[in-house]
Design a protein around this ligand. Sequence first.
Ligand SMILES: Nc1ncnc2c1ncn2[C@@H]1O[C@H](COP(=O)(O)OP(=O)(O)OP(=O)(O)O)[C@@H](O)[C@H]1O
Length: 275
Amino acid sequence: MTPHNPFRHPEPVAGSRPHMVRADGLCLSYSGTDAPVHALKDVDLTIEAGDFVSLIGPSGCGKTTLLRVIADLEQPTGGSITVEGVSPHEARERRLYGYVFQAPALFPWRTVLRNVTLPLEIIGLPKDEREARARDNLARVGLTGFEGKFPFQLSGGMRQRVSIARALALAPDLLLMDEPFGALDEITRHDLNQQLTDLWRETGKTCVFVTHSISEAIFLSTKVIVMTPRPGRVIDVVDCSGLPRVRTAALRDAPEFRALAARVRLGLREGHDGH
Ligand SMILES: Nc1ncnc2c1ncn2[C@@H]1O[C@H](COP(=O)(O)OP(=O)(O)OP(=O)(O)O)[C@@H](O)[C@H]1O
C-alpha cells in the first residue's frame, strides 16, 4: 500500500461551515537532549463537523502529540492547522473543545458533582445553573445517583465517565479523547464504547479519539486514521461511515466490520514493515 493523502479535500464551499479540524503538512519535532525527536511529519488531515475520528498507530507514533496540537497544548514546528476555521490558540480561548485525558485527572477532594461543575465555576456560572448542567451531563454518561460520591468510591470506568461529563461541561463542539478506556477490562470497555457512540449520535459532537484497539476504533468511528511509527504520518484513512449509524454489540461480528478491521490491520503492518 502506498501512503496517500485522502485528506486533501477541496476547500469548503463559500458560506458553508469550516472544517472542524484541518491540518496541512503538519510537523512537530521535540528538541531532545541529543537530537530532535520528530514526532509528526507532513500530516494532512480534515475532520468534518459531526465526524467521529479515531487515531490509531504504534506506541510513540505521535497520536497524543497530534491531539495536543489540536488542543493548543503543543506548538507545531511546521505546516498549518485550524480548528473550526481559527487557530488552535483561538479555539482554546473560545473553549471550542473538551479534553479527556488518558488518566481521569479528577480532584480527589471534590465530589463527582463538584468535579463536573469545576469548569463552570471557572467561567463564573451561578451555582444553580452549573449544578443543573452538571447533572444533565452526568445523566448523559449514566451517572445519575453518583453526584455525591468521591472519585475513590468509583470504578476506573466510572471515573472516566466523570471525566467525559466534565469535558462536556462547557458544551464544546469538539471532544478530544486520549485513549480514555485503555486501562479498563474488555467488558467495561465495550460498555463504555456503547455509551460513547450513543452520546456521539445523540449530541452531534465531533470526536477525535486516540486508541490502540482496532475494534474499538471501528466500532466508534466514521473514519479511522492509521498512522506510521515515528515520525507519525497518515498511511491510510479507513472510511467506516458505511456501517450503520446506530452501533450495537452485534456489529462487532458482522463481515463488513471484520473487513474494515483487516484493512486497519494491514495499514498498521505496512507502516511497521515499511519503516
Ligand atoms: N515533551 C516531549 N519531549 C520530547 N519528546 C517527546 C515529548 N512528548 C512526546 N515525545 C516523543 O514524541 C513521540 C510521540 O509521542 P506521543 O506521546 O505523541 O506518541 P503516542 O502515539 O501517543 O504514543 P502512545 O501510544 O504510547 O501513547 C514519542 O517518541 C515520544 O517519546
